[in-house]
Design a protein around this ligand. Structure first.
Ligand SMILES: C[S@@+](CC[C@H](N)C(=O)[O-])C[C@H]1O[C@@H](n2cnc3c(N)ncnc32)[C@H](O)[C@@H]1O
Length: 283
């Protein structure tokens, strides 16, 4: 895996990190403590000595993990008032069984590689906790994963470091960069990626919606991704072949005229042909 430490440090995205404080686990090594404090300074987040001192959420550095602890909302059940810690973990992803391959088929088809052709270069411009990046890399593609929230990027960086022990060949195909993907357009003269993959936060479905707890925590950290349309326009200039957008089944497409869509459980992948979009001068 390529580390993003060589890239310049950026200002945190305006909607990210709200209510997050940083701390280290009691008894953590000096090295871990230093890393946690350095992260707090870089991400411009408050430091607290113990997790309980965090008002809403705490990013906790331990010697062998980085996890996000969030206080439960009044309508959420939780032990001692804290939800199960959020981590980037790929162990539950089924990447090898026939069933897993079937499940992942819509994603593979949406990306568009045919049997026997060379792997694609995929820009995952909304990496989040890296589940899709990992699946795409497991399909054999090279993934450039971009995440703008420093907190989410820290979780993903740790998750990838841990996964390197069990799935080194998959992790080696993933490069992580902590920045706003929209900034990439200013750096590249020519498109570098065959496919740009987008999975902005799904529109909230009201208070009663049974959203997974992990997604609710993520939403508390990063907000709503209200600039997704702008990101889509950028994606169309950065891809040579297609732009793929993951959407909830019942949500309208992020942009009009996908050439096709591949359905999976509860979601679909809308596929946009860059050539068709350019011809139609839709952006
Ligand atoms: C729904 S999550 C992505 C989940 C991810 N696909 C996964 O499998 O774990 C959306 C993520 O995209 C990030 N994001 C949204 N717009 C971005 C942008 N312009 N640049 C970089 N990251 C962005 C958000 O911070 C958030 O973490």
């Amino acid at each position: 895996m390529n580390r993003d430490s060589d890239f310049p440090v950026r200002k945190p995205h305006a909607t990210s990190t709200l209510g997050v404080a940083v701390t280290s686990e009691p008894g953590a090594s000096i090295h871990t403590n230093d890393a946690a404090r350095a992260f707090a300074v870089r991400a411009n987040l408050p430091w607290v000595d113990v997790r309980e001192a965090a008002s809403e959420m705490a990013l906790v550095f331990a010697d062998s993990s980085v996890s996000l602890h969030a206080r439960a909302a009044p309508d959420e059940s939780a032990k001692h008032g804290w939800l199960r810690p959020l981590v980037a973990d790929f162990a539950a992803l089924d990447i090898s069984s026939p069933q897993g391959r079937r499940k992942n088929q819509p994603l593979a088809r949406a990306l568009g590689r045919r049997e026997g052709s060379s792997p694609l270069r995929v820009l995952d411009a909304t990496a989040g906790l890296g589940q899709d990046s990992f699946l795409i890399a497991a399909l054999g593609h090279e993934v450039f994963a971009v995440e703008r929230s420093p907190v989410v990027a820290a979780l993903l960086r740790e998750g990838l470091a841990q996964a390197a022990a069990t799935s080194p060949e998959i992790v080696a195909r993933i490069s992580l960069l902590e920045t706003d993907a929209r900034e990439l357009t200013q750096k590249s003269v020519t498109p570098l990626w065959d496919v740009v993959y987008l999975d902005p936060m799904f529109p909230p479905r009201g208070k009663s919606a049974r959203e997974k707890k992990a997604m609710r925590i993520l939403r508390r950290i990063v907000g709503e991704d209200l600039d997704a349309a702008e990101l889509f326009a950028m994606a169309c200039t950065m891809a040579t072949k297609r732009v793929v957008v993951k959407r909830p089944t019942h949500a309208p497409p992020l942009a009009p005229h996908p050439v096709t869509a591949h359905a999976a459980k509860g979601i679909r992948y809308d596929v946009y042909s860059v050539v068709a979009l350019r011809d139609a001068t839709l952006f």
